[in-house]
Design a protein around this ligand. Structure first.
Ligand code: IMP
Ligand code: MG
Length: 374
């Protein structure tokens, strides 16, 4: 039963109490799973997007990598159609294959077998970020080849669906036909090859901090999204786990990322869409990382957010770009310092989605974050 207390739901308050207790145990007993009443500690989290992608997963993941000192980050999702922007230490990184957790330099960076790899892009990103020696690509990742990209850039996929043109749909189609090359077939990837599921599961069993990086967004899912205006596979939390070979019982938290407003690139429905001119007026006008296209914009959708929480079994939410709606919150790092307008918005979201908003992004830098977990 959920009742309201001070405008927040009881289970939201309960979460913050439990989370603080959990963190206490984790920091005092790092190497084994511990429990406090009905709270079991298993330091494996999944990060997914609750809208149409581009909600700031890159920022949230890079914050978590630095703050929680992640031991292992494993990339799930479709492939190089993703675009994650990470801003840290005065640098802006635009990634489409490398895990965003690379900013924490002790973190092992894995690519799960479900993910499609464009070797040129992945190797270049690993070199540019000087993280080559930490990257492991699963033997069974499927390889995107030139013909996949050609097919993706022409005809139905390009003109009707308005895909990213990165070859992921045609590659997944061929994978289903069992005709693609795998990472283990390429000499150029030999030094990176890994057994990602084994490494990830062993890390979880040893009580290490593990994060599964989802990509795209819930409503781009082939199963749960706005078909046919969607990507080429499921991208909800369950699919992310499957991509990296982790079963549902090993996941502790599912962190769902929303932006303070909604955007979408490519074709397909977007409830309450506003014009580009109106988006510019509101400061919501964004350009896509991978394709350079204008992102279509709309106000935050409580309906979509609620359903996304259900589809992903999300345990907590992150909301990014609160400073775009409430400029006075730029760079704020504690909840108390947020303006009343921002707090009212966060509390309204919590009331609707019935899970806590534990992370609140207040600027583009990885560390511009209100973290209510501790
Ligand atoms: P595809 O994934 O390239 O096949 O594109 C299918 C649809 O998903 C298109 O509308 C793309 O714009 C969209 N899409 C795919 N990946 C992303 C992403 O990472 N962010 C936002 N939109 C995406
Ligand atoms: Mg993106």
């Amino acid at each position: 039963m959920i009742g309201t207390l001070d405008g927040r739901t009881d289970n939201v308050n309960l979460f913050f109490d439990k989370y603080n207790a959990k963190n206490f145990i984790m920091t005092n007993d790092l190497n084994k799973n511990a429990s406090l009443g009905d709270v079991t500690i298993m330091p494996c989290s999944v990060v997914v997007c609750g809208f149409f992608g581009d909600t700031g997963k890159g920022k949230v993941i890079s914050y978590l990598a630095l703050k929680d000192k992640l031991d292992v980050a494993v990339r799930a999702g479709v492939g190089p159609n993703a675009g994650h922007t990470v801003i840290h230490g005065g640098h802006t990184y635009r990634l489409s294959m490398l895990p965003s957790a690379f900013v924490y330099e002790k973190c092992r960076l894995l690519i799960g077998p479900g993910v499609l790899v464009n070797p040129d892009i992945l190797i270049r990103e690993a070199q540019d970020t000087k993280s080559e020696d930490r990257v492991g690509i699963d033997h069974q990742c499927a390889i995107i080849e030139a013909r996949h990209i050609e097919t993706d850039k022409a005809g139905y996929l390009a003109t009707e669906i308005r895909t990213t043109g990165t070859g992921t749909g045609p590659c997944n189609a061929e994978r289903a036909l069992r005709k693609v090359k795998l990472a283990k077939d390429l000499p150029s990837l030999k030094k990176y090859l890994a057994d990602a599921p084994l490494e990830v599961n062993e890390a979880i069993d040893r009580g290490k901090n593990v994060l599964i990086e989802g990509t795209q967004g819930t409503y781009l899912s082939l199963y749960h999204g706005t078909y046919p205006y969607c990507t080429s596979k499921d991208v909800t939390a369950s699919a992310a786990c499957s991509d990296v070979g982790v079963g549902p019982k090993k996941v502790d938290d599912v962190i769902i990322v929303f932006k303070a407003f909604t955007t979408r690139v490519g074709a397909g429905p977007l409830p309450n869409e506003i014009s580009w001119e109106e988006a510019e007026r509101r400061g919501w006008a964004e350009i896509a990382t991978v394709t350079g296209r204008r992102r279509r914009a709309a106000p935050f959708s409580f309906e979509l957010a609620k359903r996304a929480v259900m589809l992903n079994s999300a345990t907590m939410a992150a909301i990014t770009k609160i400073d775009v709606l409430f400029p006075e919150c730029k760079g704020v790092k504690s909840y108390d310092r947020l303006s009343q307008g921002a707090k009212d918005f966060i509390e309204k979201v919590e009331k609707e989605i019935k899970i806590p908003v534990a992370l609140i992004g207040t600027g583009p830098d990885a560390l511009e974050m209100v973290d209510r977990r501790t």
